[in-house]
Design a binder for this molecule. Structure first.
Ligand code: C5P
Length: 399
């Protein structure tokens, strides 16, 4: 997704500067072209050579050093995005007040595109009125501020100030660079498993982690859509910038989906909805007794199939986790549930399915076409899915 995009990574002099090396290699792994600017203090923490090797590109250390004096204008004109990782309180202050004392701050004044800034410092410094006011100024000016994490800091204190991991910032960078081509559309996304109670302490569930659905929600958000995410119980953090609704059972999920259906343009049913629920929910904790016991299950409504009969302008996307005859089964599901697109995977494949960070999927269309995607990160799968959704939406998918 970042292939060929030109990123300037500014590194300032904080203990966390070592993490910038990892960010460079992650950006390179996605084939972004990276140029690194190190402030003088940053060079106390990390060597220009490290960055030059990792970025496979020139490293800039000052306004008057290197073969090209005053490179800030050219660097700024070429770049698609500037990310400052980590940003010290000094950098935050200089940027907020438009000071230009070195290459990085000078470059910020000439650069016209998106700037991602990742403050990391001692908790008291971070919480100080001055730093908070400066960050507010930057946000008002359109800078994307990635808040620090709370945890143990280099100074030994515990509090906000830790630099977030490279993958978190990478996602923000991707989000800032993707086209906002879903602006104006509302996405309703479901994710995770459902939980069907047997008694007050026990339930039936499945192994869905919610990662795929959350990735779809984040990717749609990044492309400018309004997103409602209805999630079963998962261990994942609530994504920012989406309307988030937490549910437990299939019936509760159905209710929330129905409530939000009219306002939706695209529904992506990623959730692994339990097909059955225990017929009886015991009001008290069930006691151990006989050597065997039987539980009677009743069928849950098929939320997606119901939407298939209710839909008007909505585009419906379903998921199909299969173990064999994947395309055939996906096509059957497409017809039976009256959906527009099925994302199918073979749960027997390594690197695909419920708990993995990656997925291997087929996108199966109503007209018989299908697209087989290689194994990739679930966020990237989500982006490819959204490309397909947008194609259908623009092409008058329903006719
Ligand atoms: O039939 P199957 O469960 O394989 O279909 C999977 C698709 O149907 C998924 O998109 C899932 O979210 C949806 N589904 C549903 N309600 C159910 C079962 C599945 O909406 N009760």
């Amino acid at each position: 997704m970042l292939e060929g995009r030109k990123v300037i990574l500014g590194v300032t002099g904080g203990i966390a500067a070592y993490k910038a090396a990892e960010l460079v290699s992650r950006l390179r792994a996605e084939r972004a072209a990276v140029k690194v600017v190190l402030t003088r203090a940053a060079q106390e923490f990390i060597q220009p050579l490290t960055m030059r090797v990792l970025a496979e590109n020139e490293v800039y250390t000052g306004l008057f050093e290197g073969s090209e004096p005053l490179p800030h204008v050219r660097l700024a004109a070429e770049a698609d995005l500037v990310v400052i990782y980590p940003a010290t309180a000094n950098l935050v202050g200089q940027a907020a007040w438009g000071l230009a004392s070195d290459l990085l701050t000078t470059l910020l004044l000439t650069f016209q595109g998106p700037v991602v800034i990742c403050p990391a410092m001692n908790a008291q410094m971070y919480n100080s009125t001055a730093v908070q006011e400066n960050l507010r100024r930057l946000k008002e000016r359109g800078y994307i501020v990635v808040p620090p994490e709370t945890g143990r800091l280099a100074c030994g204190e515990v509090g906000p100030g830790r630099l977030p991991a490279p993958e978190i910032v990478l996602e923000v960078i991707r989000g800032a660079l993707v086209p906002k081509d879903l602006t104006g559309l509302t996405f309703l996304v479901t994710a995770g498993p459902t939980r069907e109670p047997l008694d007050p302490v026990r339930y039936i569930t499945n192994r869905s982690s919610g990662k795929m659905g959350y990735a779809v929600a984040r990717a749609a958000r990044d492309r400018g859509a309004r997103v409602v995410l209805i999630s079963g119980p998962t261990a994942l953090p609530e994504p920012h910038g989406v309307a988030f609704i937490r549910v437990d059972t299939a019936l509760a999920m159905r209710e929330e989906v129905r409530k939000n259906f009219d306002a939706a343009d695209v529904v992506v049913m990623c959730a692994a909805v339990s097909d059955y629920r225990p017929k009886e929910v015991h009001p008290e904790k069930m006691k151990k007794g006989a050597a065997e016991m039987a539980v009677t299950f009743v069928q849950n409504p098929d939320i997606l199939a119901e939407l298939g009969t209710l839909k008007r302008h909505q585009l419906l996307v379903g998921f199909a986790a299969e173990s064999g005859s994947v395309l055939e089964r996906a096509r059957e599901k497409l017809r039976a549930k009256q959906v527009d697109l099925i994302v199918a995977n073979d749960v027997r494949q390594e690197g695909a399915g419920f708990e993995a960070d990656t997925n291997i999927v087929w996108l199966v269309f109503r007209d018989g076409r299908f697209l087989e995607l290689p194994r990739m990160d679930k966020y990237l799968v989500a982006q490819r899915l959204l490309d397909a959704v947008l194609g259908l939406w623009k092409g008058g998918y329903g006719e």
